[in-house]
Design a protein around this ligand. Sequence first.
Ligand code: TK8
Length: 348
Amino acid sequence: MPKKFLSLSLTLAFALALLVAGCGGSKPAEQAKSAAPAAKKVIKISIGLNEQTPEYKGLLKFKEVIDAKLPGKYDIQPYANAQLGDDVKATEAVRNGTLEMTGPSTSPLTGLAPELAVFDLPFLFPNTDIAYKVLDGPVGEKIAKTLESKGLKCLAYWENGFRQLTNSVREVKTPDDVKGLKIRVMQNPIHIAIWKALGANPTPMPYSEVFTAMQQKTIDGQENPIPTIYQSKFYEVQKYCTLTGHVYTPFVLLINKKLFDSMPPEDQKVFLEAAKAGEAEVRKLSKEMNDSQVGKLKEAGMVVTTLTPEQHKAFEDAVKPVYDEFSNKIGKQLVDEVRAEVARLSKQ
Ligand code: TK8
C-alpha cells in the first residue's frame, strides 16, 4: 500500500472515530469503563427453582467462594425460575456453549446419559446419609463422569431430595387411592413407569409448567421434595400431601466441559471447592426445610399424611416390577453395584 494512501486512510479513520465518539455522546464514565483492565468472565447459571429454595442459596454460596478466592476474574450470575430454559433446554444450552452452567435434576437428562437413571429407581436410598455417601463416593463419580463425553463437567451433586406426592383430589394412603389421578412427572421413563404401576395417569412436563397446570386443574397432582412444595407455594393449589419418599433425586451442577478445560488449574480447583461449599449449603438448608416445613404445610391448610410401615410397603411392592423393566436398560452391572453399595452402607 502506498505510504501516502496509508496515512490518508489513517487520518480518515481517526476522523471517523472522533465523529462516532461525538455522535454517541459517550460520557467520561463510559470511557473509563471501556479502558478498564480485562473484563470478568461472565458465568451464567440457570436453575428451574425460585430464589427461596436451597438450590438457589447454594448458587449464592458458590458465587461467594469464587468471588473471595478469584477476585475480579469471574462474574457469577445465578438465574432462577427457568428464565434461561427448563432443565432439558438449559442443559442443551450448556452443551452448546451458549450458557455456561446449570443445575438440573438428573431425571430429565437420562436420554443423554442413561447411567443417571439409576437414581430414578424407586426406594433405592433408605435415607439422605446413604444417598450422600453413594453420590460422593466412587460410584457417584463414575456416573458423573459419563456426562463428560456429552460436553458436560459435573462439579458436584447437590440435593433435590426425597420426593413426596401432592394432589388436589383426595387423601392418599394406599396405592389404590392413587388410581386414576393425573400426576405430573418429570420427563423420565422410570417415573412414568412408577406412576403407571400405581394406577395413576402420569403426565410428563417441564417443572416450569407445573404450578399453572395444577391451578388450571389440567393435572391433579405432582411429586417433589418438601422444600420445593413449600417454597413454590404448591399448598395454594394442592390440598393433600403424602410422604411417600418414593425417589431421591439429586441435582447435578454442570459446566460446559470445554470452558472448564480451558480454565487454569488453580481456577478449576476453586470452582470444585465452591461447588462443594454450595453442596454443603444446599444439603444443610434442605434438611432444615424438610424438618420444619411439613408443619408449615399443615399450617397452610394441607392435609399431610405419614404412611404406616405397612402402607409404605404397599407402595414399595407395587413399584417393584420397575426394577425388572429398567435394570438392563440402565446397565444391570451398575444397578447391582449401586444396590450392593447401599446394602453395605446400610449395615454400617
Ligand atoms: C427444577 C426441577 C425440579 C424437579 C422437577 O428445574 O422437575 O420436578 O424436581 O426441581 O429440576
